[in-house]
Design a binder for this molecule. Structure first.
Ligand SMILES: NC(=O)c1ccc[n+]([C@@H]2O[C@H](COP(=O)([O-])OP(=O)(O)OC[C@H]3O[C@@H](n4cnc5c(N)ncnc54)[C@H](OP(=O)(O)O)[C@@H]3O)[C@@H](O)[C@H]2O)c1
Ligand code: SF4
Ligand code: SF4
Length: 382
C-alpha cells in the first residue's frame, strides 16, 4: 500500500480508502431496495482484511445502507482496529432543519459508530442549495465549536454540483479536506479537474469518490476492451481507471465501494503501485482514446445543467437523458428500464411532453430536446 501526506494536517493516509456504501448484502436480500440488510460477517471480514493490508481510511455516511453502514463500521473497528484508521462520515443536510440538528445528528453518529470522535466530518453531497441552507443556519460556527470540543477533528465536505459552486464553498472556510467525484469520464464534470487543482493549490487534501463511476468502468464493451489491450503494459480496465486517478499528485485518497472480497484483493494489489505521476504520455493518450470512444457512444450531449427545468409538464429532462446515455455507453440493462419505469410512475417521463418548446429555448447546448425525448422514450420504455 502507498500512503500520501495530508500536508495541511500533518498526517498521512493510505491512497486506497474503503467506501462503505456498497457492502455485500445478505443472501436473498440483494438489490438496491434491500441495502439495509448488510452481510455483517463478510463486511467486517472485508474491512478488517483491508486494514490488515494497509488501508487506513474508512468512509461511511449517516444514510448509507439505510443507516446501518455506520453501525457496521463501528463493529468492524472493535478489537483494536479503530486506532489503525481515520474514520470519515457525513452530516446529511436533508435531515437538518434547525441549528440544534447539527448536534443531534453528530451525537447519533458517534453512538452508531461507538467512537469518541470522528476524524473527517463532511457535509454530505453539497450543492448550492444545501450549502446556502447549512451556512445560513450557522454550520461554520458549529464546526469550529465542535472541533474545539474534540468530537470531530477535520471538517470537510463532499460535493455534487457545478465548478463555480465548488470554488465558492472552498473559499468560504478553512476546510481540512474535500471529496469530489472524479474518474476518466468526469474530468470536466462537477468540480472536475479544475476543482481538483483549485483545492490542491490551496493545500486542501482531495478525496476521490466514484473513481470507477460506481462500477460502470469495470464492465466494458468489447470495443473498449480492445482499446485497453493496445497498451504495452497489460492491465485491467479497473486498474487503468484507478491509475488515471492516482496519477494526479493533488489526489490524497481514492475511495472505492468494494462489494466482494475479490474486488478488495484486486484493489489492494492495484494500489501497491499507486504513485503520483506514474503514467507515461503514451498511456495518457490511450486513456484519451478510450474517453473519446465512450463519448462517441453518448446519445445526447446533455451536461445535466438543469437550465431547462422545471418543465411545466413535469418532464425530468436531464434525468431521462442521463439514463439513456448511460444505457448507450455501458449497455442497456434492467436497471435502466427500472429507472425509467419509476419516472413513468411519477409522471416525469418523456410522454408528458406537450412540445411547448420552452426547454429548447433555454438549453445552452442548443439540443433538440423534443425529438431526443421521443427517441429516449422508445429506447427505455418496456
Ligand atoms: N459523499 C458522497 O456524495 C458520495 C457519493 C458517492 C460515493 N461516496 C463514497 O465514495 C465511495 C466510492 O464511490 P463508489 O463506491 O461509487 O466507487 P467506485 O469505485 O466508482 O465504484 C465501486 C463499485 O465498483 C466496482 N468495483 C470496485 N472494485 C472493483 C474491482 N477491483 N473489480 C471490479 N469491480 C470493482 C463494484 O461494483 P459492483 O458492486 O457492481 O460489482 C463496486 O461496488 C462510496 O463507497 C462512498 O463511500 C460518497
Ligand atoms: S417541450 Fe416538452 S419537455 Fe420541453 S418544456 Fe415543453 S413540455 Fe417540457
Ligand atoms: S438545458 Fe440542455 S444540457 Fe442542460 S440539462 Fe437541459 S437538456 Fe441538458
Amino acid at each position: 500500500m502507498q500512503y500520501r501526506k495530508f500536508d495541511k494536517l500533518g498526517i498521512e493516509c493510505s491512497t486506497f480508502g474503503i467506501g462503505t456504501m456498497r457492502l455485500p448484502l445478505q443472501k436473498g436480500h440483494e438489490g438496491a431496495d434491500n441495502s439495509k440488510h448488510i452481510d455483517e460477517k463478510e463486511s467486517i471480514r472485508m474491512i478488517r482484511h483491508g486494514i490488515d493490508n494497509g488501508v487506513s481510511y474508512i468512509d461511511t455516511a449517516y444514510g448509507y445502507h439505510g443507516g446501518n453502514s455506520e453501525v457496521l463500521v463501528g463493529k468492524a473497528l472493535k478489537d483494536g482496529y479503530r486506532e489503525k484508521v481515520k474514520i470519515a462520515t457525513k452530516l446529511p443536510p436533508w435531515h437538518v432543519k434547525v441549528y440544534e440538528d447539527f448536534d443531534r445528528l453528530l451525537n447519533e453518529q458517534l453512538e452508531r459508530l461507538q467512537v469518541e470522535y470522528i476524524d473527517f466530518y463532511l457535509l454530505h453531497a453539497l450543492g448550492n442549495d444545501s450549502w446556502v441552507k447549512l451556512r445560513d443556519l450557522g454550520i461554520l460556527e458549529w464546526l469550529d465549536k465542535t472541533v474545539a470540543s474534540g468530537r470531530i477533528r477535520y471538517p470537510g465536505f463532499s460535493f455534487h454540483d457545478e465548478l463555480p459552486v465548488f470554488k465558492e464553498i472552498i473559499d468560504a472556510y478553512d476546510w481540512k479536506m474535500c471529496q469530489i467525484q472524479f474518474n476518466i469520464l468526469d474530468e470536466y464534470e462537477q468540480a472536475g479537474i479544475e476543482g481538483l487543482k483549485y483545492a490542491g493549490s490551496k493545500g486542501i487534501p482531495v478525496v476521490i469518490m466514484e473513481p470507477l463511476r460506481g462500477g460502470k468502468l469495470a464492465n466494458v464493451s468489447p470495443d473498449i476492451q480492445e482499446l485497453w489491450e493496445q497498451a504495452e503494459e497489460k492491465r485491467s480496465p479497473v486498474e487503468w481507471a484507478f491509475r488515471w486517478v492516482y496519477n494526479f499528485p493533488e489526489v490524497a485518497v481514492i475511495l472505492s465501494g468494494v462489494s466482494t472480497m475479490e474486488q478488495l484483493n484486486d484493489n489492494l494489489r492495484i494500489f501497491q503501485d499507486s504513485k503520483p505521476n506514474c503514467m507515461s504520455q503514451d498511456e495518457l493518450d490511450l486513456v484519451s482514446k478510450v474517453k473519446a470512444l465512450y463519448d462517441a457512444k453518448t446519445k445526447i450531449a446533455c451536461t445535466a445543467c438543469e437550465y431547462c427545468l422545471p418543465c411545466a409538464f413535469g418532464v425530468s429532462i436531464p434525468r431521462i437523458f442521463g439514463i439513456w446515455n448511460d444505457a448507450a455507453m455501458f449497455g442497456i440493462n434492467d436497471e435502466h428500464y427500472q429507472q425509467y419505469k419509476k419516472l413513468i410512475e411519477e409522471e416525469k417521463d418523456a410522454k408528458q411532453c406537450t412540445e411547448c418548446g420552452n426547454c429548447e429555448s433555454l438549453c445552452p447546448q442548443h439540443l433538440d430536446i423534443i425529438d431526443k425525448l421521443k427517441e429516449a422514450d422508445k429506447a427505455l420504455r418496456v
